[in-house]
Design a protein around this ligand. Structure first.
Ligand code: ARG
Length: 234
């Protein structure tokens, strides 16, 4: 896909999973968030329309690979496995996994290692990989790690007592706690170091260069921090 073809099409399609505030969420029946704002700037710089397609997180990379989406923007952490499947832009946000627990429960990171202690995660995310990895359950097939369509639904089960914790990225974790301050709290400890980037189909260098140019401009202008503040509930 060349830039010429994209401009002839007149639109770009962003694949995302809109249960991940402040990066992508549903507001007034439409997708909103930091990644949507970034994608709108990419579209503006290319002179095309932006279409946002909300799908399962696990469907994003396949959609980019088969051309159904022009790119994926979903607070997606760059890792080795994904790098085999897609090409990534420059990194635009630093993040980490955090643990949400029931308020006053005293649940600790160490206690999550115990057999029978249930952890909610979003299917296909680095939170799932961390929970099933050596630091916590050390078992990729652990029945104690329950995967959900998104972290908002996982948090419902935390409030219902079906899981003891939810492991998810920092800002979504803060956002979920801020929406349920009487019921939830955060363990104030970063469990990982991660960075987000936008992904494109392998070899799509013209598009990637254009995305990188927009991201570089937004970073230099301080716009990404601004978008984060705008989409973070006061
Ligand atoms: N950063 C994590 C990952 O890449 C979680 C991303 C989830 N994003 C979303 N839009 N639901 O695995």
């Amino acid at each position: 896909l060349t830039l010429e073809q994209i401009k002839a099409d007149g639109k770009i399609i962003m694949a995302t999973n809109a249960g991940f505030p402040p990066f992508e969420y549903i507001k007034d029946n439409a997708e909103a968030g930091v990644d949507v704002d970034i994608a709108a700037e990419i579209a503006k710089d290319l002179g095309v329309e932006l279409q946002v397609d909300d799908m399962d997180f696990n469907a994003i990379i396949p959609a980019v690979q088969n051309g159904k989406a022009t790119f994926g923007a979903a607070g997606m952490t760059v890792n080795e496995e994904r790098k085999q499947q897609v090409d990534f832009s420059i990194e635009y946000v630093k993040s980490a996994q955090y643990v949400i627990i029931a308020k006053g429960s005293g649940t600790t990171v160490d206690s999550l290692k115990e057999a029978g202690v249930k952890i909610g995660v979003q299917e296909g995310t680095t939170g799932q990989f961390y929970a099933t990895g050596e630091d916590i359950k050390n078992d990729e097939a652990s029945e104690d790690v329950l995967s959900y369509e998104n972290a908002l639904i996982a948090a419902q089960d935390l409030m219902n007592g079906r899981v003891s914790a939810v492991i998810i990225d920092k800002l979504p974790a803060e956002s979920i706690v801020a929406a349920n301050p009487d019921k939830l709290e955060l363990i104030p400890e970063a469990l990982t170091e991660e960075s987000y980037a936008i992904c494109v189909k392998k070899g799509n260098t013209e598009l990637l260069d254009a995305i990188n140019a927009t991201l570089t401009r937004l970073i230099e202008e301080g716009k990404i921090d601004e978008f984060v503040i705008n989409h973070t509930a006061a």
